[in-house]
Design a protein around this ligand. Structure first.
Ligand SMILES: Cc1ncc(COP(=O)(O)O)c(C=O)c1O
Length: 407
């Protein structure tokens, strides 16, 4: 008998976006021109701001290469504290912990709040659901998340949540993600307040508010955190990955009530020790200099231009599939059910969104992520932090490939 990973760990699925990235990379190596709407990453199209790159390099040259306190370098915690105030949130330094990336922050919250030995150990998430929220509860408790579907506008139904919380006493954690991956939906403040009122009636339930896209909101909308209404039960997640295109720099943070944050800091100290210090120092410098959000809004504005181009192209060429107009993040998640069920020119039946996505890669070199990977079948996710040429040519290729399908 050989090595045997834990039964719960064996149930973990590979990251769908990284799987899709591997397919796109293979095709690229074969010399194909790829229209890659797969991975949720801005680099290389929108690189890390120069100010941040130089600040991180400078920290290395200054020998800031030792351990920091587990919760984070005080300079960074101070900068995050000031930055959160720009969003109307007031957290002291002992209420913030830095982690090696937003996904790691998700993991640390789940490890801290989901007690496998307790009856109250289930995570609730709203579909479409981001990959970590599907896999981590299984890894940590052996139980899948309870998934509630959102409505046609991808918004949660407060009454459905209230009913669930009133009848089910196993819930420990509720995930909210606005601006949302994969839909680009931004939750209105009135909805967040309604959800806060409902969850506030259940004091033991924690909200994980995933706000990694908080600076990428369009159309004069404003990002609002549910923590504004429910501070004592909310843990906020933020980080560098999407705000400053720093996916490979690996810095995220959690902010929440001090009693829980003390435990999370202990988890951090015993697992990661700390986040790499040059990144912490560099980000602290960047946040201080970007106290008016100017550099981050430049990134948002560049993404806005791409959203407009994508929406225009879709409305011209793929009219039947046009879905909810995204108002944040850099994803579009149209309903493609009309095309599922059609046949390729070779006669192959494309009866799922996964089959449709594979057909688009093979026949048009257009890479997307199928909605079933987010538990919302029949859709495709387009990550549009790509060049305008990719948007224009890619949607043209997509439209031609869809036109070749037979009813
Ligand atoms: C909603 C959401 N949360 C967390 C993450 C994790 O970010 P990272 O992979 O950079 O840790 C992502 C990444 O795409 C995301 O979309």
């Amino acid at each position: 008998m050989g090595l045997m990973p834990s039964a719960w760990a064996q149930q973990i699925k590979p990251s769908p976006t990284l799987e899709i990235k591997a397919i796109a990379d293979r095709s690229r190596l074969e010399g194909k021109q790829i229209y890659d709407f797969g991975i949720g990453e801005m680099n290389p199209e929108l690189p890390v701001p120069h100010l941040l790159k130089t600040a991180i390099s400078q920290a290395v040259m200054d020998d800031a290469t030792h351990y920091s306190p587990a919760a984070g370098d005080p300079e960074l915690l101070e900068a995050i504290h000031a930055d959160l105030r720009l969003f109307g949130l007031n957290y002291s330094l002992s209420e913030i912990v830095a982690c090696p990336g937003p996904k790691d922050a998700v993991f640390k919250i789940c490890v801290t709040m989901l007690n496998p030995g307790s009856r109250r150990n289930r995570l609730v998430a709203f579909a479409p659901i981001y990959e970590s929220y599907e896999n981590l509860p299984i890894l940590l408790t052996g139980k899948p998340p309870i998934v509630l579907q959102t409505n046609a506008h991808f918004l949660p139904d407060p009454n459905q949540l209230a009913d669930l919380l009133n009848k089910d006493d196993t819930i420990a954690l509720i995930v909210l993600n606005s601006p949302n991956n994969p839909t680009g939906t931004v939750y209105p403040p009135s909805l967040l307040r309604e959800l806060a009122d409902i969850i506030g009636k259940h004091e033991q339930i924690c909200v994980l508010s995933d706000e990694v896209y908080r600076t990428i909101v369009y159309d004069d909308l404003k990002h609002v955190s549910i923590a504004s209404y429910l501070p004592n039960q909310t843990l906020i997640i933020g980080g560098m990955s999407k705000e400053v295109s720093g996916t490979g720099l690996r810095l995220g943070f959690i902010a929440g009530p001090e009693a829980v944050m003390r435990t999370i800091a202990n988890v951090e100290g015993n697992t990661s020790s700390c986040v790499n210090l040059p990144t912490q120092k560099g980000y602290a410098h960047f946040l201080r200099k970007d106290a008016n959000l100017r550099l981050r809004y430049q990134i948002r504005d560049a993404l806005y231009v791409r959203r407009e181009a994508l929406m225009k192209r879709f409305s011209e060429l793929v009219k039947e599939a046009i879905g909810e107009r995204p108002s944040g993040a850099f994803y579009f998640f149209p309903d493609m059910r009309l095309y599922c069920g059609r046949r390729t020119p070779e006669g192959e039946l494309l009866n799922t969104d996964e089959a449709l996505a594979l057909y688009l890669i093979k026949s048009a070199n257009v890479v997307t992520v199928p909605g079933s990977k987010f538990q919302r079948p029949g859709h495709l996710r387009f990550a549009y932090a790509v060049s305008l040429e990719t948007i224009n040519a890619g949607i043209q290729q997509l439209a031609e490939a869809l036109d070749r399908l037979c009813v």
